[in-house]
Design a protein around this ligand. Structure first.
Ligand code: NDP
Length: 405
């Protein structure tokens, strides 16, 4: 049916490539391109072993727009899936525009020298994609991504009006390392050390970062894995959902962290290892967080001994037929099962599967349109069906628990 170009051969890129290969009716040809071509070769070998399919691989520096345009034009994909780093988003969008191809990513743009992410840079591409008749789907991993789709599904089928959304992200897994991050360490640490924000009564409210005194947290009883301490965190889907969900009064994001994780991170921050500016070391500029990334375990290789599960979902409260109701819509994903299927841990798995589904829906024509879209602006139904088919089953229950006011 179509051709896909995947950019980035890390933990998430491996999952997107495997999942595309598992769906030969949609993805007739697959190319995986990244900075280090040997990582693409390794994934190609694994895919051949599992599915007997051969994929193309290539080197590309996604910050070099002309190199990217040449690659896109020579392969001729219907859609480009960007699972490199947020720093590359705008360059890859520029290349897609020039080569005339649709675009999907899983994380919003962030300038390398400022630890700050927001959609304004990518929303500014709205007219450019519209004028070219192309589609760009932003933030289509799990969260953002499925968390947006869950909200859209609830808006379409379960509520007349949604008032409150709490997204709860729990990783109850154990990788056996004293300290590791589950996706790119640089991006992950920049995200979790920021000032926290949530949307309440039409305005943003700030609260202290998770490592600081006064950070907001509570114990949530997650299905299957039980009670886990969950910290208020700023996450990018809050920005788009607060605009796109009608009637929304408050939206918050919570993520579980263990005491051990917080202690390691606090020490690293206190001694300057999470700094993103260059430090002179014996005459050479060294960026501490980049050096730290070198030392930490590669998230793409955490899967082998990973046990336990992730539980990610939304508690949504609103009005249906004149009455208030609360639901909980969530997915449970098992690290060891993800590893058995495609050699990836569950964080990479839960991110890569939705990214593949977005590309699939664009190729099949279920998702059509010109311009830049967040996932909740598109039809959730075919996406929800594919989640169940592609390894991320979801459930909806009435919510009877309690959340902080
Ligand atoms: P990794 O660091 O494992 O992989 C990133 C890959 O991109 C690497 O293969 C890297 O190559 C490649 N890359 C980096 N810079 C360039 C460049 N200039 N040109 C070409 N390739 C490049 O990260 P993850 O797989 O863990 O994460 C990928 C993305 O997924 C990130 O943007 C992350 O924020 C996002 N994510 C989204 C989630 C969601 O739920 N929405 C959850 C988790 C992650 P090399 O190794 O050779 O440098």
């Amino acid at each position: 049916m179509g051709k896909v170009l995947i950019i980035g051969a890390g933990g998430v890129g491996r999952v997107v490539a495997h999942k595309c290969a598992q769906n030969p009716d949609t993805f007739i040809e697959i190319m995986l391109a990244s900075m280090t071509v040997s990582k693409c070769e390794q994934i190609r070998k694994e895919i051949k072993g599992k599915t007997r399919r051969d994929i193309c691989v290539a080197h590309v520096d996604a910050d070099n727009v002309s190199e990217l345009v040449a690659l896109i034009k020579s392969f001729g994909p219907d859609v480009v899936v960007n699972v490199a780093l947020p720093y590359q988003d705008l360059h890859i969008m520029d290349a897609c525009l020039e080569a005339g191809v649709s675009y999907v990513d899983t994380a919003n743009y962030e300038p390398p020298d400022i630890a700050h992410f927001e959609y304004s840079w990518q929303w500014a591409y709205q007219e450019k994609f519209k004028n070219k008749g192309l589609m760009a789907v932003l933030g289509c991993g799990f969260d953002p991504g499925v968390s947006n789709i869950f909200s859209a599904y609830a808006q379409k089928h379960l509520f007349d009006e949604i008032n409150y959304i709490d997204i709860l992200d729990c990783n109850a897994g154990n990788h056996g390392h004293p300290f590791a991050t589950n996706f790119n360490p640089e991006i992950n640490i920049r995200e979790v050390t920021q000032v926290v924000r949530y949307w309440n009564d039409n305005k943003w409210v700030d609260s202290p970062p998770i490592l600081n005194q006064g950070s907001i947290h509570f114990t949530f009883d997650y299905p299957i894995v039980g009670n886990k301490e969950s910290y208020l965190l700023y996450h990018e889907e809050l920005e788009s959902l607060s605009k796109n969900i009608k009637g929304l009064k408050r939206i918050r994001f919570w993520m579980t962290f263990s005491e051990d994780y917080l202690t390691y991170l606090r020490v690293l921050q206190n001694i300057g290892m999470t700094r993103i500016d260059a430090v002179d070391y014996e005459g050479n500029p060294v960026i501490p967080i980049k050096f730290l990334k070198r030392l930490l375990p590669d998230p793409a290789k955490l899967g082998e001994n990973y046990t336990g599960k992730t539980v990610i979902g939304n508690v949504i409260t609103g009005i249906k037929d004149g009455r208030q109701k609360s639901i909980y819509i969530y997915n449970v994903c098992d690290h060891a099962e993800s590893y058995k299927e495609i050699g990836a841990q569950a964080i990479s798995y839960t991110t890569g599967v939705p990214a593949m589904i977005s590309a699939m829906l664009i190729i099949k024509g279920n998702w059509k349109g010109s311009g830049v879209f967040n996932a909740e602006q598109l039809d959730p139904d075919p996406f929800m069906e594919e989640l169940n088919r592609q390894g991320l089953k979801w459930q909806v229950t009435d919510f009877k628990g309690r959340l902080p006011d």
